[in-house]
Design a protein around this ligand. Sequence first.
Ligand code: IMP
Length: 429
Amino acid sequence: MPAIVVIGAQWGDEGKGKATDLLGERLKWVVRYQGGNNAGHTVVLPDGQQFATKLIPSGILTPGVTNVIGNGVVVNPGALLEELHGLQERGVDTAGLLVSADAHLIMPYHVAIDKVTERYLGKAKIGTTGRGIGPCYQDKVARVGVRFQDVLDEKILRQKVEAALDIKNQILVKVYNRKALDPDEVVDTTLAQVEQFADRISDTRLLLNQALERGETVLLEGSQGTMLDVDHGTYPFVTSSNPTSGGACAGSGIGPGRISVVLGILKAYTTRVGSGPFPTELHDEMGERLRKVGGEVGVNTGRDRRTGWFDAVIARYATRVNGITDYFLTKLDVLSGLDRVPICVAYEVDGFRAEDMPMTQTDFHHAMPVYEEMPGWFEDVSGCRTFAELPANAQAYVRRLEELSGARISVLGVGPGRDQTIVRHEILP
Ligand code: IMP
């Protein structure tokens, strides 16, 4: 049985939790491989209960699945505890959650630095979630980060925190005029927090490879999206990790040959949170309508999402960069009731037509969408369970997106519920 990667094809918030949830019963393992508690996955269970997971893989809501926070994830231990307690209070069995010994911890100084840096940047700010994600990944790459395995050895933890704070406190105090953090307090808090889930710290890379050897199905769940990837996204307006499918191997410790399905999650229109270019963004009442009908408010930060029409240039790019084999098109129901539905098929950049993502950010900033309009539909599609039940114009819209995106649209979402899904092609072999 294969490993499957699920990734966001746009700027995140495409509804990845729903895809994981759909495959849930056939999965043995669900792995988060990058990002941290900047993400937010919403899942609505058949009984109507709604859950929003941030750091914990959405497979936690499917009994029998082992959930892994992989080595590529950055973990705020306080946030993890809060999420665990929240799930436990609602009766969710969290026994099957493991945390990689190599995952890095988001420390209090990472959060402090994220916030002051954004303030300092003023108008040029990235619009981060303020959760310390970027500063934590900076420390990881600079080889001064703190991993879970370090917390298991108090002496090492103390050394690492003291060394980190020697420099960070100078930055906090002298550059940003903030209070210094006390190393003992940071160490004690971290120990007290991690102690509560120390039994979950594991060699997840070994366990995942053994599971694949046994023929068990592993789903690797990306957070954020292709356009927020630090290498392939709209840099610098990106997150500090690799949500694209290549990141799944590095962030979990399995080889690329194991991956047989790359499922891209694509919203039937586009949204973005935070700063940065967004060619099809709507600043009018249509944008407001998409935001309202689509419930486009961040699960994690409560920020309004920016909204716009579907951008096929981005979808084509995502197909290529991730090697997408199948798409799950979400939120088709949100587009019901429109006379015409525009699709951005190309850009015009400084007078030239561009079918593909421009090479430079400068050109992407100047990209003007070239629209093709499809006839809309007025029927409520949320009760449709087969493709044939969809209005002819909705079917035509989906077929056109498929043609433009370069990969088959195998599943459609027509509402937030677990059952509000249309399967056109089976994703798992
Ligand atoms: P950071 O990940 O907090 O550093 O934020 C960097 C950028 O990624 C900002 O534009 C955030 O709004 C965006 N971002 C981070 N996580 C998510 C997510 O789960 N969905 C959508 N945007 C996100």
